[in-house]
Design a binder for this molecule. Structure first.
Ligand code: MLT
Length: 345
């Protein structure tokens, strides 16, 4: 197995609403007229209203965390509020489909991860083409994953976990955030590496999955460090391994999957920002520039480091680098998923 680096859909037209104010017998009459499509002039004034970034998973999870981290400095840079909207379902594909169809004006964007590249193979009826129905804005970060369990789960290290799940495959529960979610892909890698078929418990995101894990409702989960590190540090979960080739600074005592004998369970969850395909290039450039600045913000860098990750290098915060990786990852994952015979619905 190869490494996994491996709405507000409010209709909005280009053209500022024209407000004509007229005083008539003491009454203020407000006429609003929507402008015509056409772009250039209005792209130049972008943004003149709040922007929504859709997160295709539940609030409180890793995609939500990364989005909120960058949204704050991006908002400062763009001079407009950025609303983060969670619209979960079908491993992130429902919200992605909605954003693909949103008005291409730069006011509805999508933060998505590796799932964008696995969705075409996993969902035969996918409502969008990741390469044709979006403009890429730039890459954001690549996040390691960790295998964690609730505190009462019997195994105490990854070697014991492998033995335990082999012996108890019929009763062990493995949480994920739906078909195509990073947690689902990592879970598949674990199942393939160990040679078991576990009881998967799908959630709308690993935010709620981790809450249930801590509460003892599910046994274990492979999830991004942006979600698990606070729980690991708070001693709320057992941590078994990190899915990177080397140990990570934020969790120096945690062994890697390779050290623990599962070298094929190597996962990095890359994230990128998208706009609908017809969004004007000037608008995309404004968002790319704001994203690049946000990723240099010392607070963002520090918080990402605390959560086991870092911003991508600056030359990756471009539409070209993002499109290149997306295409490569679709080519990488499509045959792997087709061979595995996994499908979402
Ligand atoms: C989330 O934000 O909930 C995650 O990214 C889900 C996942 O892909 O495992």
């Amino acid at each position: 197995m190869d490494t996994m680096h491996a709405d507000h859909n409010t209709p909005r037209r280009w053209g500022k609403p024209i407000r004509i104010l007229a005083a008539t017998t003491g009454l203020m009459l407000i006429l609003a007229a929507c402008g015509q499509d056409g772009g250039g002039e209005d792209a130049a004034s972008y943004p003149d209203d709040s922007i929504t970034i859709t997160v295709p998973f539940a609030a409180g999870g890793p995609t939500d965390t990364v989005t909120r981290l960058v949204a704050k400095p991006m908002s400062k840079e763009l001079g407009q509020e950025i609303v983060v909207k969670n619209a979960e379902g079908a491993g992130g594909t429902l919200a992605a489909g909605d954003v693909a169809e949103a008005e291409p004006d730069g006011y509805t964007l999508l933060m998505h991860h590796i799932g964008m590249s696995t969705a075409p193979a996993l969902y035969p009826d996918l409502a969008f083409d990741p390469l044709k129905d979006f403009k890429t804005i730039g890459l954001v970060t690549t996040v390691p994953m960790t295998i964690v369990s609730n505190k009462d789960f019997e195994p105490n290290n990854l070697e014991e976990l492998v033995t335990y799940v082999k012996a108890n495959a019929d009763k062990v529960t493995l949480a994920n955030a739906g078909v195509g979610a990073a947690s689902h892909l990592c879970g598949l890698l674990i199942e393939q590496a160990v040679g078991v078929d576990l009881n998967e418990v799908p959630y709308d995101g690993t935010g709620p999955a981790l809450t249930d894990l801590v509460g003892g409702q599910v046994d274990f989960l492979c999830d991004q460090t942006t979600n698990t590190i606070p729980q690991i540090e708070g001693d709320k979960v057992k941590a078994f391994a990190v899915t990177t080739p080397e140990r990570i600074d934020a969790l120096p005592d945690l062994q890697t999957t390779a050290e623990a004998g599962l070298p094929d369970v190597e996962v990095g969850v890359w994230h990128g920002l998208y706009a609908p395909a017809e969004t004007p290039d000037e608008v995309v450039k404004a968002v790319t520039d704001a994203l690049a600045k946000a990723l240099k913000d010392p607070e963002v860098v520090k918080k990402m480091a605390d959560l086991g990750t870092e911003p991508v290098p600056e030359d990756q915060v471009t539409p070209d680098a993002h499109t290149k990786l997306l295409g490569e990852q679709i080519d990488l994952w499509t045959p792997v998923i087709e061979d595995a015979g996994v499908k979402g619905s």
